[in-house]
Ligand binder design. Structure first.
Ligand code: CP
Length: 404
């Protein structure tokens, strides 16, 4: 007894003085604790262990869900991996309910709640998907076109943010491309500004840098089609287009795929390097998730063994810096050199036999990819659009607190 007391005193005095020993003993205590829990579990039967794990999982999921109430979604980088996974769980559950029970059996989780959607830029899918999502959850999506507001007369963004906080329970904003002359950062700045003043969740519905709800729907689709995506090769390839396109979906998919442990390869001609901050984020994500990120200038080499491909044009850094009004014509002339950067049927042979074709849409058929590719049985573009609707519904449901 005296010996063990002296030993503990000795350990305590050493540990409290020495940083390395402190870390060592912390590790030792955690390991011992885990071994103890493990031995306890071993004494129970398998059924009880399952119950414990299910309850633990539910308690954990509940805490993640509670933490999402009132949160903005401006970039997936600001949500933890657990929060992203919980959102996908909810999206998959909504989809399951939709198909197995029918849309009318989905509870009115967001009854009387309003999602105000401020659009500075056009949309085929995003607007429609958010409106359908709000309808399915019993709420209302209010469409506001920025050009039809008083902002053109000089109304301050702060006042707009405060108004929509009063009228709505969440605010969505889309601002990119022509609405900001393709100038990098201009759209993102507006979303951050609204988020600063609006005391309700602000959802990025696509700006010049990000498209987080798109990313969620895309990773959901890849999980559905490929199973566990960890270690699966995902090629995002630049594709020729006769128009200028920004980075949002490229960044969005690169970030989420590296977060989920995929081996991501970005293939582009020289001069189409992505902004450093996003490259650094992707590298950090890959390091943390066990995935990888690589940049190459040969798309056919990149496609070797790929499990998924996303062919899409994006602009040069110079265009993003100067804007289309100053550099647009020169930019489009530059694209001409790379007209053969187009996903063709023969390219699919390079991929894994079950590799899938993805696209966030709109796809520029005959430019970024051939018609036969987009219409091939390996194309998942419509399922992707569908999953995007459920992912958006999950984001609304969680951030607007419909589950707590
Ligand atoms: N994928 C996507 O955001 O499509 P829209 O631009 O048509 O909304």
């Amino acid at each position: 007894m005296l010996f063990s007391f002296s030993l503990s005193t000795l350990i305590f005095s050493l540990v409290s003085k020495n940083k390395v020993l402190k870390v060592y003993f912390k590790g030792l205590f955690i390991t011992t604790g885990m071994l103890y829990v493990n031995s306890l579990i071993n004494t129970l039967n398998a059924k009880k262990v399952t119950y414990i794990l299910v309850i633990e999982g539910m308690v954990f999921l509940r805490s993640v869900i509670t933490n999402l109430v009132g949160r903005d979604l401006i970039t997936t980088q600001e949500w933890s991996i657990e929060e992203l996974r919980a959102t996908l769980k909810v999206a998959k559950e909504l989809k399951r309910m939709y198909y197995y029970l029918g849309p009318s059996r989905i509870p009115d989780y967001l009854k009387k709640k309003v999602f105000v959607m401020l659009f500075y830029a056009p949309s085929t899918r995003t607007r429609s998907a958010f409106e359908t999502a709000m309808e399915l959850l019993g709420g209302h999506a209010q469409y506001v076109e920025a050009r039809m507001t008083r902002m053109g007369e000089g109304e301050a963004l702060k006042d707009v943010a405060k108004m929509y906080e009063i009228f709505g329970d969440a605010v969505g904003i889309r601002i990119l491309d022509k609405a900001i002359d393709y100038k990098y950062g201009e759209g993102h700045k507006v979303i951050r500004e609204v988020a600063k003043y609006a005391n309700v969740p602000v959802i990025n519905m696509a700006d010049d840098q990000e498209h987080p709800t798109q990313a969620l729907g895309d990773i959901m689709t890849m999980e559905e089609k490929l199973g566990n995506v960890r270690g699966k090769k995902f090629v995002i390839m630049w594709g020729y287009a006769p128009v200028i396109r920004g980075y949002c979906s490229i960044h969005a998919d690169m970030l989420i795929a590296t977060r989920f442990g995929m081996d991501v390869v970005i293939a582009h001609p020289p001069g189409f390097e992505l902004p450093e901050k996003y490259v650094e984020w992707a590298k950090q994500n890959a390091k943390e998730s066990g995935g990888s990120i690589e940049f190459v200038n040969d798309y056919r080499q990149a496609l070797e063994g790929a499990h998924a491909v996303f062919p899409r044009s994006w602009c040069s850094r110079k265009l993003a810096e100067l804007g289309a009004s100053k550099f647009g014509e020169e930019e489009l002339r530059m694209y001409q050199k790379y007209r053969d950067w187009r996903l063709k049927m023969e390219d699919l042979d390079l991929m894994d036999k079950r590799g899938i074709i993805t696209h966030v849409l709109p796809v520029l058929r005959g430019y970024e990819a051939d018609d036969e590719v987009m219409d091939s049985p390996r194309s998942v573009i419509y399922e992707q659009a569908e999953n995007n609707m459920f992912a958006k519904a999950a984001v609304l449901l969680l951030t607007m607190g419909g589950l707590v």
